[in-house]
Structure formats: C-alpha cells, structure tokens
Write a protein that binds this ligand. Structure first.
Ligand code: SAT
Ligand code: MN
Length: 585
C-alpha cells in the first residue's frame, strides 16, 4: 500500500482495515493508468460490458438494487429533534454498534479502495475535502467522473480533518467463492449519516446515491448541516446561465425533485432564436454570499449522474452529445451492435437487444419487461457537455439572479409565477409538492410534499432549514428573485398542456424580463404571473382553480403542523393569508 500523508487518513485507514478486513488496500490516485486497470477488472468480473462508444461501458445492477432507499436512510444526529419529522433517526451510539457488526469482516476477499476527493472547484475557498472508503470498483470509476478524485484532492486535504464516507456492498467473499457481477446485500442495506461527526456509513447497496457517497450523502445531507452552521446554502439545484439576444447573461438555480427534468433544463436547447442556456451543473448547488451582497453558486460536482430513460436527441440533444464517449451507463438495454438503448431514446425501438436484466428483449416476443429500468442512469464528466458555461469551475462561483422551484403536478400548479417577496418565495419552496418518480424505491406517481426538493436530502430539522432560508435576507444583500414552475400540467384527457423541453426557454425569458423590470405581469394571491399571450400558451396553464387551491392550502395547513414549534411564523402567515383568500371567495 502506498503511504498517505494525512495523519487522520492514515489512522482511519488502519482502523477500517481492522474492522472490514479487506484482502488488500488501494489508494486511488486518479490517473488514467489506474482507471484502465479498474475498468479491466470490472470487465473481468462481468460488472461492466465494453460498448462501441469510445471509452464507454454498461453495468447491470442486481434488480433488487436499482434506486435510493429512503426508508433505509438515517440522519443520526445526537438528538432526534435535530433530525426532525422528515428523517429517519436512531440513537447514534446504538446504530454505530449495529453498523460495526455489519462492517466487521465485510470486505473479506475484496480490495478496499481509498478515494480522496474534493467537492467544489480546485482552488475554491468553498471546496471541501472528503475520502470515501469502498469495496466497489464500480463506485470508484463513477466517482472519478462525478467528483475531483485522486492525488490532487489528497494534496488539497493537507493534514486537516475531512468528511469520512465508508461504503461496502456488504458481500464478503470466502476463499474459493466466485464473485457475482453486482454484489450487494439489499436485506441489510443502511445509509447512515452522523452530522456532528461528519461521517456517512453505507452498507449493502452499490447503486447511485446509496453508494456514491460524495453526492446526496455528503454534498447535500452533511453539507446542509455545514451550511446551517456556517451561514451558506447547500441545495438540490441545477445551475444555468441564460443569455438574451443582446448577449446579456443571468444565472439561475432551479430545484426540482429527482427525475423531474433538472438535467433537461440544465442543458436546454432553446427554441427561441438568439436566446441560449449554458450549464454549470445539473443537481447540486453550494451557495455563498459575496462581498457585493449577491448570492454566488458553485457546482460541487464534476459530472452528471442523469436519468437515461426518456433522454433523446429531441428531449435533450446536449445530454446525448455529452454521453457520446467516456460514459458509464447503468441499467439500460444493450443493442446487438454493442450500443445502448432505452425507452424514449428513439421512436422505433431496435428489433432486438439485451435488456437491463440481461434478458433477451425484442419484437419476436412481446416484451413484458422494459429495455431499461426507469431509473437507468448515465455518468459523464461535466467538461464533456457541449453547452458547458465558461464559468462552470469559477472558484468563487457565479452570481445568481433567480431561483426556480418546481415539481411534477398534473393539476393545480400553474406553469409559472413569481414570488411576491423573499418570505413568499421561501414559502413557495416550503410548500413544494411533487408526484413520486422511480429515483427512489417505492410507489411512482404518488403526490407528496417535497419542500425545496430536499425532503430526502436535508440533514437536519426541516423547520430549522426553512428558518435558515428566511435568515438569508439581511440588509445589504441582494436576494435573487424566486419563481415557481410546473411543466407537467395535464388536460382532462391526460395530455400534457405544455410542450416543455426547449419551449421552457419562453418561461426563462419571461423570468429575465421580470428581473429586469421589462414586463409587468399580473399580480395574483399565489404570485405574479405572465399574460397568456406573452408566452403564447393555453390560458389553462395559468389558471388558478379556486376549489383546487382551497384544498391545496388546507392540506398545507396540516403539513405545516407536522413541524410544530419549529415552523417559522412567516410561513404560517403566508399559509393563513392564502387560506383566507380561497375560503372566503
Ligand atoms: O441516486 S441519486 O441519488 O444519485 C439520483 C437521485 O435520486 O437524484
Ligand atoms: Mn438529484
């Protein structure tokens, strides 16, 4: 084993070796040569299949291990009150004892990879160092695309403390046992966060956010706690720039629940001549206040882990170009000529392919299974995106003019509106609701509250999180304007009313004009909306249905009640104002 310089890391590796008992240890340096060897190993173990796209590979997971597992995810702060009503909690010492039992000898017969990584651009004062210890080489090759991994990250750690992420697939190998292509242990899966100790312990899953601990576990759950303590914001938000025909650029962040089109908006290909969108990030924003009183965002990640299903040259041509090479695909179909396919990629499916379960799939037999799992994913570096913003790695971030909230709602929520004030904007974030998607295990299409799209990702009490947002408005600061959108309204026959994708540019244009004071808008109790003719859209898209809103605000009253004393008064007042309006008229 190569020596590591950081004393805390040295000690932690020794301790984890004693606990997990791996066959050997490899410190990840991030080099191309090292990556080549890991890929070779993954091909030999049949975890990866080489594709005809240059430098690209396909992985098929165990069908029991296909998405985040929210019911197995815990925030184990010292007091249960700090985890709040939206998180699972267990007494930290008790669950640590349980985890130590599970991790005892769990890497037998496997290599322990030590992955130093940095979240945030190199040289950024906002970047934070971490190390993931994992027994999954699939995790290592994905992290290499999604975070800044290896020697440079290790150097950036210096001799300071860092976030500790421990991960195991939970399947030790006996001396003569042959490995399976996707080892995991779904019955014993635990994703456990210790916010005060800045640690994550993840056992039993090798998939996405359960295993790539840099992403939701660190950059959102732990980072949201750091942000609360240090006065900044760690958010489930994409970051884009919007440039008008005059060449003026504005940056936006937007927060939607998982699999609600963040990647599509982040790489939008405009249908409006002269207008363009460029991408800084598609999932996570870390935001700090600058000396000029503006809010600046960095993307802590270095790559995309986007939903493959539905992605096409029509829906997201820039994503399709991003994944032309050096991409890892998980749980998509494999075509006969060694390429990938998923539902929605082309209008006509291939005659034959091997589906995500490794089974024959095609027109000869009517397929009962999908070609790709609905939560199938691609992993690729941000630098490969053809519309990457020139400032995507700016150490101090990009100045944010607008924050967009939204969800997947087939009724009630209009296409777009602007918040009436910062407090009203925070209220809009807090009242977000969305129909569930395949990104998390469980029922799909069920309406749930997902405040700020952070329901599964907030590392502390959601009531305190709302208060933290309200506290951001301080004199001398120029708070971004806040908007709320819904691309997913349907008519009575179940057809989408709004075309979405590139047409969303029209909505972004309206936002830019509102920020610049170039358009007046119509003031309503739920926010300022455009005139239908401004967007050239069906008036139904901007309608406020009295009955639906009455129900919506009533439901919000009971949801807000779940936060008890921790619900900020300002939000309660906003809710009461709306309730009064819709009940009386
Ligand atoms: O699996 S991930 O958590 O990385 C993807 C998502 O749910 O957004
Ligand atoms: Mn996400």
């Amino acid at each position: 084993m190569k020596a590591v310089a950081n004393e805390h890391l040295k000690k932690w590796i020794e301790e984890m070796c004693l606990l997990c008992q791996p066959k050997d240890v490899q410190i990840i340096d991030g080099s191309d040569e090292e990556n080549k060897q890991l890929i070779q190993k993954l091909i030999e173990s049949k975890t990866l299949v080489k594709l005809k796209r240059p430098g690209s590979y396909l992985a098929r997971s165990n069908p029991e291990d296909v998405a985040r597992v929210e019911d197995r995810t815990f925030i184990c702060s010292k007091s249960s009150e700090n985890a709040g009503p939206t998180n699972n909690w267990q007494e930290p010492a008790e669950i640590k004892t349980k985890l130590k039992g599970l991790f005892q000898g769990c890497m037998r017969g496997r290599t322990m990879y030590v992955v130093p990584y940095l979240m945030g651009p190199y040289g950024s004062p906002y970047a934070k160092g971490a190390v993931e210890i994992t027994d999954s080489p699939y995790v290592v090759v994905n992290m290499r695309l999604m975070a800044r991994v290896g020697k440079r990250a290790e150097e950036a750690l210096g001799n300071s403390e860092f976030v500790k992420c421990l991960h195991s697939v939970g399947r030790p190998l006996a001396a003569d046992e042959k490995d399976v292509s996707w080892p995991c242990n779904p019955k014993e899966t635990y994703i456990v966060h210790f916010p005060e100790e800045r640690e994550v312990w993840s056992f039993g899953s090798g998939y996405g956010g359960n295993a790539l601990l840099n992403k939701k576990c660190f950059a959102l759950r732990l980072a949201s706690c750091m942000a609360r303590d240090e006065g900044w914001l760690a958010e489930h938000m994409l970051i884009i720039s919007v440039t008008n025909p005059e060449g003026e650029k504005k940056y936006f962040t937007a927060s939607f629940p998982s699999a609600c089109g963040k990647t599509n908006l982040a790489m939008l290909s405009s249908t409006l001549p002269g207008w363009k969108v460029e991408c800084v990030g598609d999932d996570i924003a870390w935001m700090h206040w600058g000396k000029d009183g503006r809010l600046y965002a960095v993307n802590p990640e270095a790559g995309f882990f986007g939903v493959a299903t539905g992605t096409s040259m029509k829906s997201n041509p820039n994503a399709m170009k991003t994944i032309e090479k050096n991409a890892i695909f998980t749980n998509v179909g494999l075509t006969d000529d060694g390429d990938v396919w998923w539902e929605g990629m082309t209008d006509v499916p291939p005659q034959h392919l091997i589906n995500w379960k490794g089974e024959e799939w095609g027109q000869a037999a009517v397929p009962t299974e999908k070609a790709a799992h609905p939560n199938s994913r691609f992993t690729a570096a941000t630098s490969q995106c053809p519309v990457v913003d020139p400032l995507y790695e700016a150490p101090l971030g990009v100045p944010i003019s607008g924050i967009i909230f939204g969800g997947r709602r087939s009724t009630t929520m209009p296409l777009v509106r602007q918040a009436l004030s910062w407090e009203h904007g925070v209220f809009l974030g807090a009242s977000m609701t969305s129909e569930t998607t395949a990104a998390a295990k469980g029922e799909v299409g069920k309406l749930r509250h997902d405040p700020f799209a952070m329901l599964p990702f907030c590392g502390y009490h959601m009531g305190d999180y709302f208060a933290h947002w309200l506290k951001q408005k301080v004199s001398g600061r120029k708070c971004p304007e806040i908007f709320y959108v819904n691309w997913f309204l349907k008519d009575d026959s179940g057809k989408f009313l709004w075309p979405g994708f590139g047409e969303n540019m029209k909505v972004l244009k309206w936002m830019c004009e509102r920020i610049d004071g170039k358009t007046k808008g119509v003031k309503t109790p739920i926010g300022i909306r455009p005139e239908a003719q401004e967007l050239g859209c069906h008036p139904q898209l901007l309608e406020i249905n009295q009955e639906s809103w009455k129900k919506e605000t009533k439901d919000l009253e009971s949801y807000f009640a779940t936060f008890g004393k921790k619900l900020p008064q300002e939000l309660l007042e906003e809710q009461k104002k709306l309730q009064k309006h819709f009940e009386c008229c």
